[in-house]
Ligand binder design. Structure first.
Ligand code: HEC
Ligand code: HEC
Length: 350
């Protein structure tokens, strides 16, 4: 799959016409479902922060550089780890203070297409999120002033900003734009599922094909995990959360349906990202499927698409087989092998 970058905003699913397909019945239904999961041909970039190679390269360097944490101990990549599906494999992110944060680190895969970010949707776009972990005391713990001072004092950064913005000044906005540009390049590589969608019947086995039908049919997963990256970008109560964190409900106290509503995560590479859910409460994909089969906690906020499913052991295994076809072992980001080396930094006193 060749990703084209540099196009303007619009990015459209290439839907190959189904005209001429004569099949009827379940096979035809499956063919229609398959078309809905074709990957887009281009990554969308906003008009006010268009892609340039120099900006992306600068963003990549910043993403991996502990210069952006107070004691030079953390970078974005400390928690968004490419080999762990761009998450960190922990139930909840490690706080710099003792203990953990309230939330699990989400994947950064395919966020270029997402309109709202954060488990509860509190972030508007990738630019808005970029500086927050840097200044958060429990996270990277570096003031904006000090971050900009450090970068400005480094001649190689001055050059990199000049290349990226045609001007050497280093500002918070430019750091955000560069990080966001890099993050938009974090897209899934081609999976066995994609080869199947493209017509290779041997790319996934029959259990996974039955799982795909369940996903789109009896198990109703596609009601929320829709489209090629398997998310509707929306928020739902799936009947699992019960703690103090009421998710999106906090912003909409008059919408009972948003109580305990969290963002639908995309499911690409999901098998590499255990544990699961906003609070890391489910250790395995098996546990996730069991939860959906039970239907979660019955309460007014629970989505109408969640209810006991009555899946047999074989159906559960089929669903799992399907979910595992959404993984690829490599190619998650262009030119990962050419990461800029992280220069040694003074180990500042804590
Ligand atoms: C200590 C671990 C940690 C570090 C370091 C970290 N993040 Fe995160 N990141 C998280 C957690 C936890 C969340 C979920 C926050 C929320 O939903 O409120 C998150 C959420 C995000 C999101 C939103 C993703 C989504 O699916 O909505 C983006 C984008 C992001 N981080 C980018 C970054 C960038 C850029 C950096 C470096 C400047 C960074 N993160 C550093 C843990 C971390
Ligand atoms: C009503 C919408 C909805 C339906 C239907 C639904 N999901 Fe989800 N799914 C979500 C939401 C929302 C979350 C995140 C919940 C949380 O973090 O507490 C989620 C989380 C997940 C996760 C964990 C992903 C991660 O990164 O943590 C998996 C796996 C998953 N769903 C698979 C499925 C499967 C399989 C089905 C069908 C049996 C299904 N979902 C049906 C909305 C839905």
């Amino acid at each position: 799959m060749a990703w084209k970058v540099g196009g303007a905003i619009a990015l459209l699913l290439v839907l190959f016409g189904m005209a001429g397909t004569a099949a009827v019945g379940p096979e035809a239904d499956r063919a229609v479902s398959r078309q809905a999961y074709r990957v887009p041909a281009e990554i969308p970039f906003p008009d006010d922060n268009p892609y340039t190679p120099a900006k992306a390269e600068l963003g990549r360097r910043l993403f991996f550089d502990p210069i952006l944490s107070g004691d030079y101990s953390r970078a974005c990549v400390s928690c968004h780890v490419p080999d762990l599906g761009w998450a960190d494999g922990r139930a909840r992110a490690l706080s710099r203070h003792d203990g953990v944060m309230d939330l699990r680190t989400p994947t950064l895969l395919n966020l270029a297409w997402q309109e709202r970010l954060g488990w509860d949707g509190k972030f508007r776009d990738l630019e808005t999120v970029a500086f927050l972990p840097i200044t958060a005391a429990g996270n990277m713990n570096l003031s904006t002033v000090e971050a900009l001072r450090r970068l400005t004092a480094d001649a190689s950064y001055a050059k990199a900003f000049a290349d990226a913005f045609a001007d050497p000044e280093i500002t918070k906005d430019r750091v955000e734009d560069a990080l966001a540009t890099f993050e938009r390049l974090i897209v899934s590589g081609p999976t066995p599922f994609d080869r199947w969608i493209a017509g290779d019947e041997t790319a996934i086995d029959t259990a996974a094909k039955r799982g795909f039908d369940l996903f789109n049919g009896k198990a109703r997963c596609a009601a929320c995990h829709s489209g090629w990256s398997f998310t509707d970008g929306s928020f739902h109560d799936i009947g699992t959360a019960k703690g103090a964190d009421i998710g999106r409900g906090r912003f909409f106290p008059n919408s009972p349906a948003l109580l305990y509503a969290f963002k639908t995560p995309g499911l690409r590479s999901v098998a590499e990202r255990a544990p699961y859910m906003h609070d890391g409460s489910l250790p395995t994909l098996e546990a996730v499927v069991d939860l959906y089969d039970r239907g979660g906690i019955e309460r007014p906020s629970r989505s109408p698409d969640i209810r006991p499913l009555g899946l047999s052991a074989r159906e559960k295994a089929d669903l799992l087989a399907f979910l595992r076809t959404l993984s690829t072992k490599s190619g998650t980001v262009p030119a990962m092998a050419e990461l800029p080396p992280i220069a040694p930094r003074p180990s500042a006193a804590r």
